[in-house]
Design a binder for this molecule. Structure first.
Ligand code: XBP
Length: 247
């Protein structure tokens, strides 16, 4: 049996990128009077750049309307990122970012079975607090032996720092855990930290190449469509199935 489940956040717990962060970025651009907007397709390309602030800086390199000076550009990116995270929290509070299928059930199964849990993300701490506070209540953090965000792990995935920090906090070896991720960068980070990983494909990474993942499939809420097949029975992906894939 595995001793801990390590959860990625964006794309894994909820479809936060298209329905949350992207909308929040565009609202921040509007609020700040910035003349550009990001399309759904373009944001998919920008996701190759890890980190919201870094994404803003990357995008501004090819924007004529962006400030020319490096210092002004960084200041604008910081302000837009802060505004984006405010809008993101408001979107979460409006109830428009539900947990993905099977997530609530697996969270509850871990609690019931005494399998420890960690949050392993490189998104901003406030975004984690907003999403988990909304869905699990204000004592959400009590369910997790480790909560690692950009505050604790500034080196973004695919760097394994976030996973290493979580393993140290849980005082557990990587091979005793299973990570749940949706994107190639997260898969690379978990594998580099020695944590077996399964992939629940999200909107933006539905066809991504994820070599090294123990299993990949459409959702924790379904036993159909997984490679290798989900052979442990039941109508959703549970701990027994995850342990079988990670053994
Ligand atoms: C997700 C990310 C983040 C979010 C935006 O990280 O790459 O950058 O897209 O959040 P993970 P910030 O897969 O580790 O959850 O704006 O706070 O960076």
């Amino acid at each position: 049996m595995i001793r801990a489940v390590l959860w990625d956040v964006d794309g894994t717990l909820a479809e936060t990128e298209r329905d949350g962060h992207l909308r929040a970025f565009n609202r921040a651009f509007e609020a700040r009077g910035v003349p550009w907007r990001w399309s759904t397709q373009y944001y998919g390309e920008l996701l190759a750049v890890p980190g919201g602030y870094e994404r803003l800086m990357h995008d501004m390199r090819s924007r004529e309307q962006a400030p020319a000076g490096a210092r002004e550009r960084a200041a604008l990116a910081r302000e837009l990122h802060r505004l984006k995270n405010e809008h993101y929290a408001a979107i979460v509070r409006s109830g428009e970012l539900p947990l993905r299928a099977g997530v609530a059930e697996l969270l509850a199964e871990c609690v019931g079975a005494g399998v420890r849990m960690g949050i392993v993300t490189t998104t901003s701490r406030g975004n984690v607090e907003a999403l988990l506070g909304y869905h699990l209540g204000r004592h959400w953090a009590a369910h997790f032996g480790a909560v690692v965000s950009a505050a604790e792990a500034p080196r973004k995935k695919p760097d394994p720092q976030a996973y290493r920090v979580a393993l140290a906090a849980l005082q557990i070896a990587g091979e005793e855990c299973a990570a749940i991720e949706d994107a190639p960068a997260g898969v690379l980070a978990s594998i580099a930290a020695g944590v077996p990983v399964i992939v629940t494909r999200s909107q933006y990474f539905s066809a991504a190449h994820v070599p090294g993942a123990r299993a990949r499939g459409p959702s924790l809420g379904s036993v159909q469509g997984w490679t290798p097949a989900a052979a442990c029975g039941g109508d959703r992906i549970g701990l027994k199935q995850i342990a079988a894939w990670c053994a």
